[in-house]
Ligand binder design. Structure first.
Ligand SMILES: [Zn+2]
Length: 243
Protein backbone atom coordinates (compact mmCIF):
# COMPACT_ATOMS: atom_id res chain seq x y z
CA UNK A 1 0.00 0.00 0.00
CA UNK A 2 1.22 3.45 -0.97
CA UNK A 3 0.64 4.82 2.52
CA UNK A 4 2.62 2.18 4.41
CA UNK A 5 5.90 4.08 4.54
CA UNK A 6 4.17 7.32 5.40
CA UNK A 7 2.26 5.66 8.24
CA UNK A 8 5.45 4.12 9.52
CA UNK A 9 7.07 7.56 9.35
CA UNK A 10 4.11 9.07 11.21
CA UNK A 11 4.32 6.40 13.91
CA UNK A 12 7.96 7.27 14.59
CA UNK A 13 7.36 10.99 14.30
CA UNK A 14 4.52 10.83 16.82
CA UNK A 15 6.70 8.84 19.21
CA UNK A 16 9.42 11.48 18.92
CA UNK A 17 6.94 14.29 19.49
CA UNK A 18 5.60 12.50 22.57
CA UNK A 19 9.07 12.26 24.08
CA UNK A 20 9.87 15.90 23.27
CA UNK A 21 6.56 16.96 24.79
CA UNK A 22 7.23 14.85 27.87
CA UNK A 23 10.51 16.72 28.39
CA UNK A 24 9.05 20.11 27.45
CA UNK A 25 6.04 19.78 29.74
CA UNK A 26 7.88 18.10 32.59
CA UNK A 27 7.53 19.61 36.06
CA UNK A 28 11.11 20.78 35.98
CA UNK A 29 10.71 22.51 32.62
CA UNK A 30 7.73 24.35 34.06
CA UNK A 31 9.66 25.17 37.23
CA UNK A 32 12.40 26.65 35.07
CA UNK A 33 9.87 28.81 33.21
CA UNK A 34 8.42 30.00 36.52
CA UNK A 35 11.89 30.69 37.92
CA UNK A 36 12.69 32.81 34.86
CA UNK A 37 9.59 34.94 35.43
CA UNK A 38 10.27 35.29 39.15
CA UNK A 39 13.87 36.17 38.51
CA UNK A 40 12.82 38.95 36.14
CA UNK A 41 10.57 40.39 38.88
CA UNK A 42 13.30 40.19 41.53
CA UNK A 43 15.80 41.76 39.15
CA UNK A 44 13.41 44.63 38.46
CA UNK A 45 12.92 45.17 42.21
CA UNK A 46 16.68 45.27 42.74
CA UNK A 47 17.04 47.81 39.92
CA UNK A 48 14.14 49.91 41.24
CA UNK A 49 15.57 50.06 44.74
CA UNK A 50 18.97 50.99 43.33
CA UNK A 51 17.33 53.86 41.46
CA UNK A 52 15.46 54.91 44.62
CA UNK A 53 18.69 54.80 46.60
CA UNK A 54 20.43 56.98 44.03
CA UNK A 55 17.69 59.61 44.04
CA UNK A 56 17.70 59.58 47.87
CA UNK A 57 21.44 60.19 47.91
CA UNK A 58 20.92 63.14 45.56
CA UNK A 59 18.08 64.41 47.73
CA UNK A 60 20.19 64.18 50.91
CA UNK A 61 23.12 65.98 49.38
CA UNK A 62 20.73 68.74 48.25
CA UNK A 63 19.33 69.00 51.78
CA UNK A 64 22.81 69.14 53.24
CA UNK A 65 23.74 72.06 50.99
CA UNK A 66 20.55 73.90 51.98
CA UNK A 67 21.22 73.23 55.66
CA UNK A 68 24.79 74.49 55.38
CA UNK A 69 23.62 77.69 53.67
CA UNK A 70 21.07 78.36 56.44
CA UNK A 71 23.64 77.57 59.13
CA UNK A 72 26.08 79.97 57.53
CA UNK A 73 23.49 82.76 57.68
CA UNK A 74 22.78 81.94 61.37
CA UNK A 75 26.50 81.98 62.19
CA UNK A 76 26.80 85.39 60.59
CA UNK A 77 23.73 86.77 62.34
CA UNK A 78 24.57 85.72 65.93
CA UNK A 79 27.66 87.95 66.42
CA UNK A 80 25.70 90.87 64.92
CA UNK A 81 22.91 90.29 67.45
CA UNK A 82 25.41 89.94 70.33
CA UNK A 83 27.07 93.19 69.35
CA UNK A 84 23.77 95.02 69.05
CA UNK A 85 22.54 93.62 72.37
CA UNK A 86 25.54 95.07 74.17
CA UNK A 87 25.08 98.49 72.58
CA UNK A 88 21.43 98.56 73.62
CA UNK A 89 22.46 99.38 77.24
CA UNK A 90 23.72 102.74 76.07
CA UNK A 91 21.55 103.34 73.02
CA UNK A 92 17.95 102.09 72.86
CA UNK A 93 17.57 103.67 69.44
CA UNK A 94 18.75 100.46 67.85
CA UNK A 95 15.96 98.40 69.41
CA UNK A 96 14.03 98.13 66.09
CA UNK A 97 17.08 96.87 64.27
CA UNK A 98 17.74 94.39 67.10
CA UNK A 99 14.20 93.03 66.93
CA UNK A 100 14.46 92.70 63.14
CA UNK A 101 17.58 90.60 63.48
CA UNK A 102 16.00 88.45 66.20
CA UNK A 103 13.06 87.81 63.86
CA UNK A 104 15.41 86.91 61.02
CA UNK A 105 17.19 84.48 63.35
CA UNK A 106 13.85 82.89 64.23
CA UNK A 107 12.99 82.40 60.55
CA UNK A 108 16.39 80.87 59.83
CA UNK A 109 16.12 78.52 62.80
CA UNK A 110 12.71 77.33 61.67
CA UNK A 111 14.10 76.76 58.16
CA UNK A 112 16.89 74.66 59.70
CA UNK A 113 14.27 72.70 61.65
CA UNK A 114 12.24 72.00 58.53
CA UNK A 115 15.34 70.66 56.82
CA UNK A 116 16.12 68.45 59.81
CA UNK A 117 12.56 67.10 59.83
CA UNK A 118 12.74 66.39 56.12
CA UNK A 119 15.95 64.51 56.66
CA UNK A 120 14.33 62.33 59.33
CA UNK A 121 11.33 61.64 57.10
CA UNK A 122 13.51 60.66 54.15
CA UNK A 123 15.67 58.54 56.41
CA UNK A 124 12.78 56.11 56.96
CA UNK A 125 12.25 56.02 53.21
CA UNK A 126 15.94 55.14 52.88
CA UNK A 127 15.51 52.30 55.39
CA UNK A 128 12.57 51.01 53.33
CA UNK A 129 14.65 51.12 50.17
CA UNK A 130 17.47 49.17 51.81
CA UNK A 131 14.94 46.62 53.06
CA UNK A 132 13.40 46.28 49.60
CA UNK A 133 16.83 45.87 48.06
CA UNK A 134 17.82 43.18 50.56
CA UNK A 135 14.58 41.24 50.06
CA UNK A 136 14.83 41.41 46.27
CA UNK A 137 18.48 40.28 46.26
CA UNK A 138 17.65 37.44 48.63
CA UNK A 139 14.70 36.40 46.43
CA UNK A 140 16.87 36.53 43.29
CA UNK A 141 19.45 34.32 44.98
CA UNK A 142 16.85 31.74 46.02
CA UNK A 143 15.26 31.71 42.56
CA UNK A 144 18.70 31.18 41.02
CA UNK A 145 19.31 28.17 43.25
CA UNK A 146 15.82 26.80 42.51
CA UNK A 147 16.44 27.27 38.78
CA UNK A 148 19.82 25.55 38.94
CA UNK A 149 18.37 22.47 40.64
CA UNK A 150 15.45 22.21 38.20
CA UNK A 151 17.84 22.67 35.28
CA UNK A 152 20.06 19.90 36.59
CA UNK A 153 17.11 17.50 36.77
CA UNK A 154 15.80 18.55 33.36
CA UNK A 155 19.25 17.99 31.84
CA UNK A 156 19.28 14.52 33.42
CA UNK A 157 15.85 13.77 31.94
CA UNK A 158 16.98 14.97 28.51
CA UNK A 159 20.08 12.84 28.75
CA UNK A 160 18.01 9.84 29.74
CA UNK A 161 15.81 10.29 26.65
CA UNK A 162 18.72 10.89 24.29
CA UNK A 163 19.37 7.27 23.17
CA UNK A 164 15.67 6.76 22.42
CA UNK A 165 15.54 10.04 20.50
CA UNK A 166 18.64 9.10 18.53
CA UNK A 167 17.11 5.77 17.47
CA UNK A 168 13.86 7.39 16.34
CA UNK A 169 15.66 10.17 14.47
CA UNK A 170 17.75 7.58 12.63
CA UNK A 171 14.61 5.66 11.69
CA UNK A 172 12.95 8.84 10.44
CA UNK A 173 15.99 9.75 8.38
CA UNK A 174 16.00 6.31 6.79
CA UNK A 175 12.25 6.35 6.12
CA UNK A 176 11.91 9.85 4.73
CA UNK A 177 13.35 9.21 1.21
CA UNK A 178 11.17 6.13 0.90
CA UNK A 179 7.93 8.03 1.44
CA UNK A 180 6.07 9.37 -1.60
CA UNK A 181 7.07 13.04 -2.03
CA UNK A 182 3.54 14.40 -2.39
CA UNK A 183 2.34 12.51 0.67
CA UNK A 184 5.32 13.77 2.64
CA UNK A 185 4.58 17.35 1.59
CA UNK A 186 0.97 16.94 2.70
CA UNK A 187 2.14 15.40 5.96
CA UNK A 188 4.48 18.32 6.70
CA UNK A 189 1.83 20.92 5.90
CA UNK A 190 -0.71 19.24 8.18
CA UNK A 191 1.70 18.67 11.08
CA UNK A 192 3.01 22.24 10.78
CA UNK A 193 -0.63 23.31 11.20
CA UNK A 194 -0.83 21.24 14.37
CA UNK A 195 -2.94 18.42 12.89
CA UNK A 196 -1.59 15.49 14.85
CA UNK A 197 -1.78 12.77 13.72
CA UNK A 198 -2.06 14.07 10.17
CA UNK A 199 -3.11 10.75 8.62
CA UNK A 200 -6.03 9.04 10.33
CA UNK A 201 -7.94 5.86 9.71
CA UNK A 202 -11.47 6.10 8.41
CA UNK A 203 -14.21 5.12 10.76
CA UNK A 204 -16.93 3.04 9.20
CA UNK A 205 -20.39 3.40 10.65
CA UNK A 206 -22.82 1.31 8.62
CA UNK A 207 -22.22 2.62 5.10
CA UNK A 208 -20.87 6.00 6.13
CA UNK A 209 -17.24 6.88 6.55
CA UNK A 210 -16.11 9.50 8.99
CA UNK A 211 -12.77 11.06 9.91
CA UNK A 212 -11.22 9.77 13.11
CA UNK A 213 -9.35 13.05 13.49
CA UNK A 214 -12.35 15.39 13.79
CA UNK A 215 -15.26 12.94 13.88
CA UNK A 216 -17.06 14.49 10.89
CA UNK A 217 -18.67 12.32 8.20
CA UNK A 218 -17.14 12.31 4.77
CA UNK A 219 -19.21 13.54 1.84
CA UNK A 220 -20.30 11.08 -0.85
CA UNK A 221 -17.48 12.28 -3.10
CA UNK A 222 -15.03 11.90 -0.24
CA UNK A 223 -16.27 8.41 0.52
CA UNK A 224 -16.04 7.27 -3.08
CA UNK A 225 -12.50 8.68 -3.40
CA UNK A 226 -11.63 6.87 -0.20
CA UNK A 227 -13.00 3.63 -1.58
CA UNK A 228 -11.36 3.94 -4.99
CA UNK A 229 -8.03 5.55 -4.05
CA UNK A 230 -7.61 4.21 -0.53
CA UNK A 231 -7.38 7.68 1.01
CA UNK A 232 -8.90 11.14 0.78
CA UNK A 233 -8.67 14.53 2.37
CA UNK A 234 -11.21 15.21 5.14
CA UNK A 235 -13.41 18.12 4.04
CA UNK A 236 -13.68 19.37 7.63
CA UNK A 237 -10.17 19.20 9.09
CA UNK A 238 -8.07 18.55 5.95
CA UNK A 239 -6.44 15.45 7.52
CA UNK A 240 -5.80 12.54 5.23
CA UNK A 241 -8.30 9.78 5.95
CA UNK A 242 -7.31 6.30 4.82
CA UNK A 243 -9.01 2.92 4.67
ZN1 LIG B 1 -11.44 15.42 9.85
Amino acid sequence: MKLDKLLDYQKHDMALRRIMLEVEKSDDAQRIEKAKQEFAIAKKNVEDSEKDALSLVEFFSGLEKEYQAVQKKIDKLIPQIDKLEKSLDKDTGKLDEYEKLINELGVLKSEANTIENNTIKQKSKGDETIQKYKQASERAKKVREFHAKAKERLDALQKEKEPEIRVIRAALKELEPKVDKDLMAQYKTLTDDGKLPAFVAAHLDGKNFSCKGCGMSLSQTGSSTLTSKGYTSCESCRRIVYK
